[in-house]
Design a protein around this ligand. Structure first.
Ligand code: AP5
Length: 191
């Protein structure tokens, strides 16, 4: 199995690039944000529990996303590998992911960090708000809160992978194809 993490602040292009990378390298794309939005749309008990948290741009409890990810890994035993998008977002999530992957005799190969300027993150998310129904994109204060939560709670995950030599940065500024080519070149050096 070949597993990658795509990492970066809200609006850095994790989702956009993960879809393309999954197709290019035959990986399964696992996005906790997408999974949680499906729960909200289906009005499940879990969806009702997390809806307000997501609308405020806060993180849902670790145990919720850890369980979701473990179930998806379990239900794809023949996968060539996974690309994790928006997970792990805390050091506890990173530890749990390591444990789950170790049980399957696999691990994270590399963390790919998309580096994007703050103004560009906000610009992209406000632009998406014009065409999508994501409530967390509609208010610039919520966007800023998501970025703040990322800086405070999620950035420490970088050190978790950096100490194992797994952390790589990729310039996330520019057009989508240009960034995809940078990611492809970076990944190709390791598989
Ligand atoms: P999640 O869905 O993960 O949202 P996010 O991290 O805020 O990320 P985004 O989807 O907004 O940005 P992205 O980096 O994926 O960029 P994208 O490709 O979409 O999480 C949502 C919420 O769920 C969280 O706030 C939290 O509440 C909860 N949650 C999720 N996972 C969790 C976890 N593990 N633990 C706890 N809580 C969790 O691009 C954004 C826009 O920019 C798009 O319109 C796109 O078309 C555009 N774009 C992309 N690339 C470019 C480019 N190069 N040039 C111009 N536009 C571009």
């Amino acid at each position: 199995m070949t597993n990658f993490l795509i990492f970066g602040p809200p609006g850095s292009g994790k989702g956009t690039q993960s879809v393309k990378l999954a197709s290019e390298f035959n990986l399964i794309h696992l996005s906790t944000g997408d999974m949680l939005r499906e729960e909200v749309a289906a009005k499940t008990e879990l969806g009702k529990k997390v809806e307000g948290i997501m609308q405020r741009g806060e993180l849902v409890p670790d145990e919720v996303v850890i369980q979701m990810i473990a179930e998806r890994i379990d239900s794809n035993p023949d996968a060539n590998g996974f690309i994790f998008d928006g997970f792990p977002r805390t050091v506890d999530q990173a530890r749990a992911l390591d444990e789950t992957l170790t049980e399957k005799n696999t691990s994270i190969l590399k963390m790919l960090m998309l580096e994007v300027e703050h103004e560009e993150l906000v610009r992209r998310l406000l632009l998406r708000a014009e065409v999508s129904d994501r409530p967390d994109d509609r208010d610039v204060n919520i966007i800023e809160n998501r970025i703040k939560v990322y800086r405070e709670k999620t950035e420490p995950v970088i050190e978790y992978y950096r100490k194992d030599g797994k952390y790589l940065t990729v310039n996330g500024m520019g057009d989508i194809e240009e960034i995809f080519n940078r990611l492809k070149e970076t990944i190709a050096a390791y598989i």
